[in-house]
Design a protein around this ligand. Sequence first.
Ligand code: NGQ
Ligand code: ZN
Length: 441
Amino acid sequence: MSVYFARHALLPEGWAKDVRFEVSSSGDLASVTPGCAPDGASFLQGLVLPGMPNVHSHAFQRAFAGRTERAGPSGDSFWTWREAMYEMLETIEPDEFEAIATDAYATMLEAGYTTVCEFHYVHNAPGGAPYARRTELADRIVAAARRTGIGLTLVPVLYRYSDFGAQPPQPRQLRFVLSFDTFAGLWRELYDAYGADAQIALGLSPHSLRAVAVADLPLLVELAGSVPARVPIHMHASEQLREVEACLAVHGTTPIALLAQSVALDARWCLIHCTHATDFERRTIAECGAVAGLCPTTEASLGDGIFPAVQFVRAGGRIAVGTDSNVSIDVSEELRWLEYVQRLASRERNLMHAEGEPFVGTYLYETTARGGAQASGRAIGALAAGRRADLISIACDAGTEPDTALGVALFRSGAWKPEDVIAGGRHVVRDGRHAGLAVEK
Ligand code: NGQ
Ligand code: ZN
């Protein structure tokens, strides 16, 4: 059993002093006890926080992060970016796919993300032929997670069409496309292979309402319900106005309303972006207990729009954050952008907070860690006995009280510096560096 000690740690009941953490051999927290002496424990400097869950990643997109910042001939948008992304993907074979994911996950750990939900929709070889093993690329994601130590919720994705009304896929989308039955087979195979692994959980996803048929939705929910585990269900929703308009044109209603008509939404769902959700749709999400998976830096990068997060959380909505396109892998940037776009939209300050929690940084961190745990389907997101031992330590100025110190770490640029990161009990980042990355870079 390993033992850690922190002067200041953020526990479910608030900041605690002189906390001892006992970690079991299975990688869970066996005990969390404030008011102890360090006695032989490994000392974690600064503030100790639960590792942040990253609820939405397409790891392979890290390969071209920052490489699409040149204006094209007739204006750029999410859709022109998507063409560039599809083009880049055409050359990526399994070894490279795994190498990119390994690098991305090590970088996530260095940034303080101890788990990732990998929204995995690249199933086929370039050109669209199936791999000899249909789990080829999913296995590569698992290999990258195992090598780096990051906790993984693998979210295999059903992607069948190019647009509403079951439009046939474009040639470049053929790497994503599986029939429903092939997808269900793939999913069961992954469940059998990894369902018992403590580092890995399995989710499931219809990519978006553009990419699946309405009739697929209840079948996917049934598939998720066919195993004893609680399987989170993720889906992109209402990210771009074009998508909302196309949905209205074909189905006479907006995407999340259509989803809510098609299945009984509940707390297993994590809807990614929700940028253009209507008031009614946001209320629906909040009331059913689903999580809105917000990806502020990607949403800014792609010109998606602004999700009214303040109204949503005040109406009881649950939120989490994801790195999505991985153009940025930095917890502080994600949380800061989440707050800052609200300020830009409303011309006010200090918006994301709640009664009893006036510190914006602490509120954002606790809220997204909790929502992230729910969306990941894993016992994470809090420093408490029985949860995974996902701990990060953040350097801070001695003598600064913890709420202020966390605010500085999140809002003063460059101040977010995880020194030690322990993921599932594995001490994978020391002095700010992931052991694997130090060798490879
Ligand atoms: C994705 N990205 O799944 O990576 C999508 C684009 C698609 C975002 N929605 C791919 N940001 O729609 O086919
Ligand atoms: Zn996405």
